[in-house]
Design a protein around this ligand. Structure first.
Ligand code: G6P
Length: 608
């Protein structure tokens, strides 16, 4: 969702703010803006479109002066992307400037109230209400004003606020949307996420809900809503700075695809000790584990697709019913869930609003929540009962690749661990799964080394208008991700279908040249999917089949074939997803799409 950055120090703020926004563009990129305190006046520059537009407008920040400033990159919710709706928003007389990430749910009554008092709004955003409230309630004591304004707001927010009359401070506030404070030498920073400040400092505070920070050049003070000071624990970020850079690759997405062997390896290694899977993060006794009657998986987007793979894996190995739920649907359907249900929440960012709220609902109903999260200290990680971190490192491209892969890695670890506790797998199976798990990074590497094969196919097929991904069982789960990857970055219409379901309607869409990507890795069902391939070919489809190396015979039943190494059934998606990611990437590149920042999307969606 939106990205916030702020600077207070002794240098010109604008260049730092623009650099910081560059690192946050993954959070939203339909418009951007800056506000600086220039000698006692709040000067705002903003522009519709990508950050590049703002850079041109401000001559890379040179036309903006001041050593205190805030910046924002937006993903529109209230009000179309436009110059006027871009943040920062000023109060009527220009005394307050606000950048905001989140949604003010009661902005309409607040706007009506302020309009009745004669205040004229310039934008259609919920955020402008906050700026106007600041001015409306201000009686000279800034802290009192902040508390008064916050008491009026319902919803979620991370805020950066400048006040013209307090030229030596930035106010930062958070409720449900992430915000960190970076600590420098005679300068301090705020940001929605760590990459924005990593070139300046590794020392950070994480703001918690309902905390108010007063940030000056040489001090940072944090208060609660009763104005009591709060002691914050210093966190030292140990990220490798290169991990947040493109490192010579043209796109983050490609770099992140290539990083998957390492990310997978890094994620499983801490959990393998003396030939056993160790999940110390899970605080459940064997009896508690045995008491679960159901597993419920909650997630959005690609993380949900991992959940669908997990459904097949857990049900097969653990013999427990599993529901994979779209988090946005879960909480509004009065779900049947209690303390006999184990909830698994999956989220790269750990901040996705739908997932977070669904998790809270599951907890409220007594369910034990294990989260699988990539971002350390994020809201979901903190609020779940147990958290298992994926060690993918920072993922910047909006289309997820390495986070998806590492989430799968954790699912396999959990399947083996729970399978053992529940006595559902034999020692031989246990050893076999472990051996296959450890071999996955090397096998992904082998696939990456033959990426040109996928590139060639992409060059033959990138003109297609409609694509169907079909598969059965775990291949169906994978087809969901293959299809999403392609459509989100190449804008080609694509659907994922359970191969057996195609004939119940969708097959009417198949015509001469329609591309069907048939996933045929699941050993037991190869025969069935071959029949489905024939059905669509008979209606003119061009079939690209993805299968394992041992099924060379499938060359004769498809127009093109891609092969992956073999592994145990449950781990096949970890291999098969890689050519699908590459295919989407190369097609999007050939079409000249903005791969790392596809239109209308955001990486971290912190609104419902
Ligand atoms: C957004 C992203 C998706 C992602 C989903 C869930 O929609 O564009 O790529 O899968 O959010 O994000 P999370 O951070 O919860 O995994």
């Amino acid at each position: 969702m939106c990205g916030i950055v702020g600077y207070i120090g002794e240098e010109q703020a604008a260049p730092f703010l623009l650099k910081g926004l560059e690192k946050l563009e993954y959070r939203g990129y339909d418009s951007a803006g800056l506000c600086l305190n220039d000698g006692g006046k709040l000067v705002v520059k903003k522009s519709k479109g990508k950050l590049q537009e703002l850079k041109i407008l401000t001559n890379n920040g040179d036309t903006l002066h001041g050593t205190v400033g805030i910046g924002h990159t937006r993903w529109a919710t209230h009000g179309e992307p436009s110059d006027v709706n871009a943040h920062p928003h000023l109060s009527e007389s220009g005394r307050f400037a606000v950048v905001h990430n989140g949604i003010i749910e009661n902005y309409l009554p607040l706007r009506e109230m302020l309009t009745e008092k004669g205040i004229v709004f310039r934008s259609n955003t919920d955020t402008e209400v906050i700026a106007q409230l600041f001015e409306y309630y201000d009686q000279g004591n800034l802290m009192d004003t902040v508390i008064r304004v916050l008491s009026k707001l319902d919803g979620s927010y991370a805020l950066g606020v400048l006040c013209r009359d307090h030229p030596d401070e930035i106010i930062a506030v958070r409720k449900e949307s992430p915000l960190i404070i970076g600590l420098g030498e005679h300068e301090n920073y705020i940001a929605s996420d760590i990459p924005a400040i990593l070139n300046k400092t590794r020392n950070i505070y994480r703001l918690e809900n309902d905390e108010i920070a007063v940030i000056k050049r040489d001090s940072v003070q944090v208060f609660n809503l009763d104005k009591e000071p709060i002691h914050k624990e210093l966190e030292v970020v140990d990220w490798d700075i290169a991990a947040a850079e493109k490192g010579g690759y043209e796109h983050f997405m490609f770099k992140e695809i290539m990083e998957q062997p390492k990310a997978f390896h890094d994620t499983i290694t801490p959990h393998l000790k003396d030939g056993r899977v160790v999940l110390d993060e899970i605080h459940l006794t064997a009896d508690q584990i045995r008491s679960f009657r159901k597993i419920n998986i909650l997630a959005c987007g690609s993380a949900y697709h991992v959940g669908v793979v997990a459904k097949y894996v857990f049900e097969k190995i653990l013999r427990i019913p599993v529901e994979a739920d779209l988090a946005s649907e879960f909480r509004y359907r009065d779900p049947i869930i209690d303390d006999k249900t184990l909830t698994v929440v999956i989220s790269q960012s750990g901040e996705t609003a739908d997932t977070k709220e669904a998790m809270k609902e599951a907890k409220r109903r007594g369910s034990h929540v294990i989260s699988i999260v990539n971002v350390l200290g994020s809201a979901i990680a903190k609020e779940s009962n147990d958290v298992i971190y994926t060690l993918a490192g920072p993922e910047i491209a909006v289309a997820t690749t390495k986070a998806y892969s590492t989430q799968l890695a954790v699912i396999y670890l959990m399947a083996i661990y729970f399978g053992d506790v529940l006595g559902k797998i034999t020692d031989t199976e246990y050893q076999y799964y472990l051996q296959e798990l450890q071999a996955i990074p090397e096998k992904i590497q082998q696939i990456l080394e033959h990426k040109e094969t996928v590139q060639y196919l992409a060059s033959k097929l990138f003109h297609c208008n409609d694509v169907f991904f079909i598969g059965r069982n775990i291949d169906y789960a994978l087809s969901l991700e293959g299809s999403l990857k392609l459509k989100e970055i190449s804008y080609i219409h694509s659907e994922a279908y359970a191969a057996g379901e195609l004939k119940h309607g969708t097959i009417s869409l198949i015509e001469d040249g329609t591309l069907v990507i048939a996933l045929a890795t699941h050993e037991e069902l190869i025969g069935k999917i071959v029949s489905n391939m024939k059905e669509v070919q008979a209606r003119g489809a061009y079939v690209l089949c993805l299968t394992t190396e041992k099924h060379q015979e499938l060359k004769s039943t498809s127009q093109s074939t891609l092969f992956i190494p073999s592994t145990c059934d449950m781990m096949l998606p970890s291999l098969a997803v890689v050519p699908l990611q590459l295919f989407a990437y190369y097609v999007a590149a050939l079409k000249g799409c903005d791969i790392d920042k596809p239109r209308n999307l955001a990486k971290s969606v912190t609104v419902e």
